[in-house]
Design a protein. Structure first.
Length: 137
């Protein structure tokens, strides 16, 4: 099973992230986001940040989670490559993300993400969990 894939959207990038469960799919969504920005294989896990969020449903939780990832990227000037997500009852998410400060001499500069969108965002809970989102470039 692949972790994630991209699909074409005019002027934006869409992705689908997969997992055996909701936690793994959210972790792979984080990986998909940061692979748009840089090559996550080149990002060391030297700094750790933890956060918690609660939302009203799975789609809102996905949106809020991706927004939180972008927030820490922009405020802490960091790139992330490891994501540990635990989703509990009442759409409560605990995440620990690991990465390092941005160094464009070391890290490949790909595409800047301006925002996460709700457009066509989906959470499909089947034998394999599938998440879909579009980011604004």
């Amino acid at each position: 099973m692949k972790n994630f894939e991209y699909f074409e959207v005019t002027a934006d990038i869409g992705f689908r992230a997969y997992g055996k469960n909701l936690n793994e799919a959210f972790e792979n969504a984080g990986l998909a986001i940061f692979n748009i920005i840089s090559d996550t294989d080149d990002i060391d896990s030297t700094k750790e940040i933890s956060f918690e969020i609660t939302s009203e449903d799975n789609v809102s939780l996905l949106y809020d989670y991706l927004e939180e990832l972008l927030f820490y990227h922009e405020v802490e000037f960091m790139l992330f490559s490891q994501f540990d997500v635990e989703i509990g009852e009442n759409f409560h998410l605990k995440a620990t993300i690991k990465g390092e400060p941005i160094d464009w001499d070391k890290h490949e500069r790909k595409t800047e993400i301006k925002a996460i969108t709700f457009h066509k965002m989906e959470v499909r809970l089947n034998d394999i969990v599938e998440l879909q989102a579009i980011v604004d470039l």
